[in-house]
Design a protein around this ligand. Structure first.
Ligand code: KIV
Length: 272
């Protein structure tokens, strides 16, 4: 099916809803720094997520739990300085919104004021409804996140596919409908069966962006470092690698080290 794409000078939360209505799929990737964000934005990505996966990818933690609000603001402000077109979504990190709606709003305001990000994302359904409503009431766009929610990893114990059972699937659908009803502009669905994700996308008018959620949703997100192969220990079924940068970068670093050791670098032409 050929889709006539509208050109967006700037992608906004409204553009995403419009893309879904026009059956244009939404492209989203993560970014945590200026240089990567600049390449991604000029490549035409629709949405950059300053994900709390920075905790794993940038800081080397095993989970997303340790990253702080200050660290997220640092990453997000680096990304915002790089972009001209895409929408920037910033994760509220673990511990910055779960206690109560006032704390959630304070954290969301800090992200918006101090990083210049355009919207926030948080994980969860009915248990954080009041916090989401409070943030939305302050005029801050919110993206939801259901299915596998890595900030709750110690509650679930594994990173396996979620909502395979009917009861959990029905709860997820109910949460998704609630998130749309209270005013979220989009929803991430992580690692859930493709038929459930399709059902959710068809039930909502706001876009559903999937990661490990099949092709029946309105857009896709991956962690950039995974899809360009900088990380190579992580191999879930849903990941498509577009490059093998771990190999290419290691090769380049080995060549540099060898050139320095041998005295081949710098050459006559590479000095003053
Ligand atoms: O933090 C992150 O990178 C995310 C994506 C996996 C959706 O939340």
């Amino acid at each position: 099916m050929s889709v006539v794409k509208k050109q967006y000078k700037r992608v906004t939360v409204k553009s995403l809803v419009e893309m879904k209505a026009n059956k244009e799929k939404i492209s989203m990737l993560t970014a945590y720094d200026f240089t990567m964000a600049k390449i991604l934005d000029s490549s035409g990505i629709d949405v950059l997520l300053v994900g709390d996966s920075a905790s794993n990818v940038m800081a080397g933690h095993e989970t997303t739990l340790p990253i702080t609000l200050d660290q997220m603001i640092y990453h997000a402000s680096s990304v915002v300085r790089a972009i001209e077109r895409c929408l920037v979504v910033v994760d509220l990190p673990f511990g910055s919104y779960q206690s109560d709606p006032k704390e959630a709003l304070r954290s969301a305001i800090r992200i918006m004021k101090e990083s210049g990000g355009h919207s926030i994302k948080l994980e969860g359904g009915k248990e954080i409804k009041e916090s989401i409503k409070r943030i939305l009431n302050a005029g801050i766009p919110v993206m939801g996140h259901l299915g596998l929610t890595p900030q709750s990893i110690y509650k679930f114990g594994t990173y396996t596919v979620r909502a395979k059972e009917e009861e959990e699937a029905e709860q997820l659908l109910e949460d998704a409908l609630m998130l749309e009803r209270i005013g979220c502009f989009a929803l991430v669905l992580e690692k859930v069966p493709a038929n459930l994700a399709k059902r959710v996308a068809e039930a909502l008018t706001i876009p559903v962006i999937g990661i490990g959620a099949g092709n029946g949703v309105d857009g896709q997100v991956l962690v950039t470092h995974d899809m360009i192969g900088m990380t190579h220990e992580f191999n879930p079924r849903f990941l498509r690698r577009y490059l093998d940068l771990y190999k290419d970068m290691s090769g380049a670093f080995e060549s540099y080290i060898s050139d320095v050791k041998s005295g081949d670098f710098p050459s006559d032409k590479e000095q003053y």
